[in-house]
Design a protein around this ligand. Sequence first.
Ligand code: T3D
Length: 263
Amino acid sequence: MTPTLLTAQDGGVLTLTFNRPEVLNALNDQVVKELSAALRQAERDATVRCLVLTGAGRAFSAGQDLGAFVAREEAPGSSSIREHLQTGYNQIVTRMRGLEKPIIAGINGVAAGVGLSLALAADMRIAADNASFTTGFSKIGLVPDGGMSYMLPLLIGIGRAAELAFTSDRIDAAEAHRLGLVNRVVPADELGAATQALAQQLAAMPTRALGLTKRAFNRSVLADLDTWLDYEAHLQEIAGQTADHKEGVRAFIEKRPATFRGE
Ligand code: T3D
């Protein structure tokens, strides 16, 4: 089976690369499993002192693979959205925040849906100047998940978060930087080098102190994260039962605009 997550270590820096470029690195259960295992391994491996999360091809990640999502919804006896979140994405977000080593998202292209949520769960974000961002959930009748409803207002303020979450408008890297969604923007052809340079700088710092700093930040502003992830999963379960959600997903698959009826 082709790995859907590439791993490469250079000194103290472990780079994890989503590797489904043909679907803009949409996330399926295999990617989630491989990412979860890589994070677990990075936790235990003292030689890893900083992580980079990025994407192959022209996307960071387009979020949940909607083809896999429909297949799951149609399969008899399959897990609910709530269970799927709780056993997959939510565990990854918890693990990323609990990993006491810096994680940098190197955002090389579009970041959408839970792909954007994972970028937000990183400690810092560096974007290529041709990257773009969309919450995406409202276009398929869902609510932001993977911690996005917690992280987005925290990072950019509740009014701007509402605008991005309600409209799912796609913003460019300059706007993302202006809003405080990303730390730095660099020319696309310099993203790899800029991200690795920052990662190497952080990997050479006192890892334990950085880890404890991350723990302090988690405690100061993300203390409710786990409770929140459960609550988001509960809200998603409700949204997932609406006719508008079914229409939104059908419209995406059929490559046509959705017609929402507010129900
Ligand atoms: O079960 C649970 O746990 C629930 C959790 C849900 C979490 C979520 O993430 S829900 C949100 C899922 N993501 C989206 O709704 C985003 C869908 N994608 C888009 O809106 C657009 O593709 C983008 C804005 C990301 C990029 O647009 P663009 O114009 O640059 O590219 P494109 O032409 O739309 O996409 C290129 C290809 O990737 C295309 O395939 P094709 O036509 O070349 O064969 C497209 O279908 C595919 N693709 C893009 N996103 C997804 C995808 N395939 C599967 N799943 C995707 N999410």
